[in-house]
Design a protein around this ligand. Structure first.
Ligand code: SAM
Length: 346
């Protein structure tokens, strides 16, 4: 008789090892970014382990481990005894570069990682873990300086690249004025206006956020084409008019279905006939089986908000009920979104 404790299965737990240790990779990246490793190495001949010891004033043991870990993750490349930025790190992890991703890494590390530590609690209670719903109405309520310091910087990091992916997937050449509802730092507006010279845009967001956006827009030298409109998309009866396209990027996943339908109703009202609403999100598939970045962003919404990541079918049904026509989904490969659901006002 074969011993029943000896498995005949071909299955291996190696995929579970990869899943379970995912945070090792993330924390290695976050520590390297916090120590400014990639910025330090940008456009240099690289660094040896001994030089890193000197530069950071750290013990040789962690210096060697950090460099080896970053090389293993494809963030550094080694030639002789010197470690250099890989092309990925050079393009996206060097502070000051146009598509710098470190702002998002920092927010994940400092804000979301502790919140995810209480994911089971969030699942049990259906309450966020990164802020206290007994003291705040939402994630965006209150002007916590720590939050101000990195939330919108993080959004800027992921949205600049998402805007680029969107601009490559659909033609903005036929639109003249874009209203970016909850436009945050103005990342989409800056990227889209740079690519489409006929386009003008309005960043519509809470007053303390439009101040951040105005600063980013001025830095980009686009203040003559991008304006800001301070407001509140729940409290305001109508949205700013005169726009033929309205963008909602990573807005609807923050809120309940009822609130989202109300935001979409105001979008419909603000658009002229033929105007378009563009919903960009990490879209969960209609079968609700993935893809993983969207499904996990949805759990991220559990610890941060009252929303979730919806499907194209869900958005399509809401848009259809409001009278939007030619509803379709454009897929692309971005950081903050994998697609856009579009609907035209009839
Ligand atoms: C997840 S961020 C997305 C920012 C931007 N659309 C992007 O994709 O980079 C959500 C945005 O909604 C804005 N927001 C939240 N509540 C709002 C309200 N009541 N009225 C206007 N904007 C609001 C926040 O300030 C924040 O900028």
């Amino acid at each position: 008789m074969p011993d029943p404790a000896v498995s005949r299965s071909n299955l291996s737990p190696v995929p579970l090892m990869q899943l379970s240790t995912g945070f090792w990779a993330f924390k290695t990246l976050a520590a390297a970014d916090e120590l400014d490793l990639f910025t330090r190495l940008s456009d240099t001949a690289g660094i040896t382990s001994e030089e890193l010891v000197q530069a950071l004033g750290i013990h040789p043991r962690p210096a060697e481990m950090l460099l080896t870990g970053c090389a293993a993750l494809g963030l550094l490349e080694k030639e002789g005894s010197r470690y250099r930025n890989s092309p990925l790190a050079e393009e996206f992890l060097v502070r000051g570069k146009p598509y710098y991703f470190g702002g998002f890494v920092k927010m994940l590390d400092k804000r979301l990682y502790p919140g995810w530590g209480k994911l089971t609690e969030a699942i049990r209670t259906n309450r966020p873990t990164t802020w206290d719903p007994d003291r705040q109405a939402s994630l965006f309520d209150g002007e916590d300086p720590a939050m101000l310091a990195f939330f919108w910087e993080a959004m800027h990091s992921i949205s600049t690249f998402t805007a680029r992916a969107l601009a490559e997937a659909m033609d903005f050449g036929r639109f003249r004025r874009l209203l970016d509802v909850g436009g945050g730092s103005g990342a989409y507006d800056i990227e889209l206006c740079r690519r489409y010279p006929q386009l003008r845009a309005t960043v519509y967001d809470l007053p303390f956020v439009t101040e951040i956006a105005a600063g980013k827009v001025a830095e980009a030298g686009l203040s003559d084409r991008i304006e800001v409109a301070a407001g509140d998309f729940f409290a305001d009866a109508v949205f700013p008019g005169g726009h033929d396209a309205i963008l909602l990027s990573m807005i609807l996943h923050d809120w309940s279905e009822a609130k989202d339908r109300e935001i979409l109703r105001k979008c419909h009202e603000a658009l002229p006939s033929g105007g378009v609403v563009i919903i960009t999100e990490l879209l969960v598939n209609d079968e609700k089986t993935g893809p993983a970045p969207a499904a996990l962003m949805s759990l991220n919404m559990l610890i941060e908000t009252e929303g979730r990541n919806y499907t194209p079918a869900e958005y399509g049904a809401w848009l259809d009920e409001l009278g939007f026509r030619d509803i379709r989904t454009v897929w692309f490969d971005g950081t903050g979104a994998n697609g856009a659901v579009l609907g035209y006002k009839g």
